[in-house]
Design a protein around this ligand. Structure first.
Ligand SMILES: [Zn+2]
Length: 241
């Protein structure tokens, strides 16, 4: 190969590398902004119009810069468990009537499925394996909000929780009540990747009457706001790890 050709290839590599790095940095930045926006929504300290506008802008940018589209197929969000661990009868634990994302921590309804682990003594360890149960990302995505801290006495219902956005699918997945998180805002996650461990954090999940579980929700962005949909069929069809 002659020298000019070689130099062109090297420069092209540097250019593409720099562009990719800038895009990844931009995504992290948008995710951090989305995380703080989400926290103002949770605390009800932002007006609805501003929140909707900001959210639409940030998701548009994340979609544009993520550099990938998430696959449609799902992995079941609890390692070692399958659909029969979903609470209720045929998914009737899900009800979204009256739920509004902008109601934050004060929301009503239960637009989610609680997925239970076997933990009779409520130590958050699986009774069979005596180990924590891994929470897995249902498909590829970007972590757009994390709450890594929760203390007993806090009124926050989700406890230690994670929001993942899945580019190209217009889909959010939400994982609550974890004991520990293993990702941070801005991280890219792969389908089936361990993102947390099942726990008992959150105002009600901490109470003795609540069996240890993952609270799992799915949302689509409709008119700038996450609107819940019932992911029961996705969970039933998901492959298991
Ligand atoms: Zn729940």
């Amino acid at each position: 190969m002659n020298t000019p050709k070689f130099l062109t290839i090297i420069l092209l590599f540097i250019f593409c590398g720099t562009k990719l790095y800038a895009q990844q940095n931009a995504v992290v930045n948008y995710c951090i902004q989305l995380d703080s926006l989400n926290k103002t929504v949770t605390n009800n300290t932002i007006d609805r119009k501003t929140a909707t506008k900001k959210l639409t802008h940030l998701i548009t940018q994340i979609d544009k810069n993520a550099g990938f589209n998430s696959p449609d197929a799902w992995t079941f969000p609890l390692k070692g468990y399958k659909a029969n661990a979903i609470g209720g009868v045929k998914g009737n634990g899900y009800f979204d009537k009256g739920y509004h994302f902008l109601d934050g921590n004060k929301h009503t309804a239960h637009p989610a499925h609680d997925i239970f682990i076997t933990d009779r003594n409520q130590d958050t360890f699986d009774d069979k394996t005596l180990k924590p149960v891994e929470v897995l990302a249902v498909t590829d995505g970007v972590v757009v909000s994390c709450t890594p801290q929760w203390d007993v006495g806090s009124a926050l219902r989700g406890g230690k929780c994670i929001w993942v956005y899945h580019p190209g699918l217009n889909l959010f997945s939400y994982y609550a009540h974890n004991r520990q998180l293993f990702v941070k805002t801005g991280d890219v996650v792969k389908r089936g990747q361990k993102i947390a461990e099942v726990g008992r954090t959150g105002l009600n999940a901490y109470k003795k009457r609540s069996p240890t579980h993952l609270h799992f929700s799915a949302f689509r962005l409709v008119n700038g706001l996450p609107v819940p949909f019932n992911p029961y069929q996705n969970l039933i069809k998901a492959s298991t790890l």
